[in-house]
Design a binder for this molecule. Sequence first.
Ligand SMILES: Cc1cc2nc3c(=O)[nH]c(=O)nc-3n(C[C@H](O)[C@H](O)[C@H](O)COP(=O)(O)O)c2cc1C
Length: 165
Amino acid sequence: MHTAIDQAHFRDVMGHLPTGVVALCGLTPTATHPHGLVVGTFQSLSLEPPLVTFSVAHTSTTWPKLRTARRVCASVLAAGQEDVCRALSSKQPNKFADIDWALSDLGTPRIAGAHAWIECDLTQELEGGDHVIVVARVVRMATGWGDPLIFHKGRLGGFGAPSMV
Ligand SMILES: Cc1cc2nc3c(=O)[nH]c(=O)nc-3n(C[C@H](O)[C@H](O)[C@H](O)COP(=O)(O)O)c2cc1C
């Protein structure tokens, strides 16, 4: 017997857990620009082998395209990259129109000026309620610049004053 949890209450309470903001981007062979979306669910999973995980809603229209890239770059956004977050979490057709990115020699689109980059191969998808839990194997990782962008209680910010999404 499960106690019913109101969705708004779930969002409110879980919103008290601060997260990083990660842009997951990949380029498919036939695409003219990358596919990308923002997740707050990105985290490390295993050291040996080096695995990371994140979850994507079944309602995502970007994920069915992005998953076909097989190799993606997780750009950990830096404080000041709120515009990148807003563009990649939007539903606009070309989210990358105003985003500065570069293709790495491993074939993944890296967001310029990010706080860190984790390039990984998508290896497994597991059922997770109304989300799919994705497991990916890290092929290369590096740190970037600045402080992280943080998402907390519906607001984006750095360690200083937050701004609305
Ligand atoms: C800070 C932040 C964190 C998010 N985290 C997730 C997440 O972990 N999983 C997810 O499916 N969507 C998440 N979203 C929503 C997606 O980024 C995005 O809005 C949606 O995938 C865009 O729609 P599309 O996939 O149809 O292009 C997040 C959005 C924001 C702003």
